[in-house]
Design a protein around this ligand. Structure first.
Ligand code: SF4
Ligand code: SF4
Ligand code: SF4
Length: 262
């Protein structure tokens, strides 16, 4: 979408959070990221750092967080009407993130032990924002990749097409010459997870948790068969997948009848 206006003024931007930890918003605030995007965007609203008095429309809004309460949905509906483009910022916004683990646990216990101070609010099934409003772009990862945010804004400001990385984490990992953690007995979701993070976790000795979501052509069946040969059971694999993008991995698993054991 080309947002350029006739007088070539900066694009009007809003940076918002619904239920989240503010880590994504802080990624934008990091000095180098903020300076680079502030050169290209006119930041009209950023409630984390200044009172939000702006009532006009936006060219682009970034939204962090998961839909957890009804207030989140009301906010999303309102902001969608005011913006030409919506970008989901971070794993929570793109996939449901850590809060979406609640979908796989006992609801009553979760509310009692994890959200005891919020029992007065109407609890929603924790979901990514695209289940509630139209989302135009996704900037996943927990926290999101600062270089990707800047690249996205550059594309937007210049009217060129932005594309997320389509390769699995393994491609980036092997290109870096890392030893494979699967060979070392560490469960890693790299073969079925979207890259674009330069294989951040495996490069630091930690198996991928899939915070950029399942890769487009994930071969869940071959991957899980391989893991089962290595001694992992279905629960251990599902537990790892549920960390950041459980709902999206579940969709992939639904497609794969062998993996589900149907
Ligand atoms: S994606 Fe990560 S950093 Fe962003 S709100 Fe969710 S938990 Fe926090
Ligand atoms: S460590 Fe993980 S990401 Fe790297 S090659 Fe092995 S499975 Fe793939
Ligand atoms: S390696 Fe996996 S968990 Fe780590 S940042 Fe990349 S996609 Fe996320």
């Amino acid at each position: 979408m080309n947002l350029q206006n006739k007088n070539n003024s900066k694009l009007k931007a809003g940076i918002f959070g619904i239920s989240g930890c503010s880590g994504c918003l802080l990624s934008i605030l990091f000095e180098d990221t903020f300076k680079k995007i502030n050169d290209l965007l006119e930041i009209k609203s950023f409630p984390l750092i200044k009172e939000d008095k702006y009532k006009g429309d936006f060219d682009i809004v970034f939204i962090e967080g998961t839909v957890v309460f009804d207030d989140d949905i009301i906010f999303l509906d309102e902001i969608r009407k005011r913006s030409k483009i919506v970008a989901a910022l971070g794993a929570c916004s793109c996939f449901g993130g850590v809060p979406s683990i609640k979908n796989f646990k006992d609801d009553e216990k979760t509310m009692r032990f994890v959200y005891p101070k919020h029992n007065h609010l109407k609890s929603e099934k924790p979901t990514p924002i695209n289940l509630h409003i139209k989302v135009d772009y996704y900037l996943p990862q927990c926290p999101p990749n600062k270089e990707e945010i800047v690249s996205f804004v550059n594309h937007l400001a210049s009217g060129t097409q932005f594309k997320n990385c389509q390769d699995p984490v393994c491609m980036e990992c092997r290109k870096k010459g890392n030893a494979c953690l699967l060979e070392e007995g560490e469960l890693c979701l790299g073969p079925v997870s979207n890259g674009g993070c330069s294989a951040l976790c495996p490069s630091n000795g930690v198996g991928c948790y899939g915070c950029r979501g399942p890769s487009k052509d994930a071969n869940m069946n071959a991957y899980t068969a391989n893991l089962k040969k290595r001694g992992y059971n279905k629960k251990s694999i599902k537990d790892k997948m549920e960390t950041f993008a459980g709902l999206s991995f579940e969709e992939e698993m639904e497609k794969d009848s062998k993996w589900l054991g149907k």
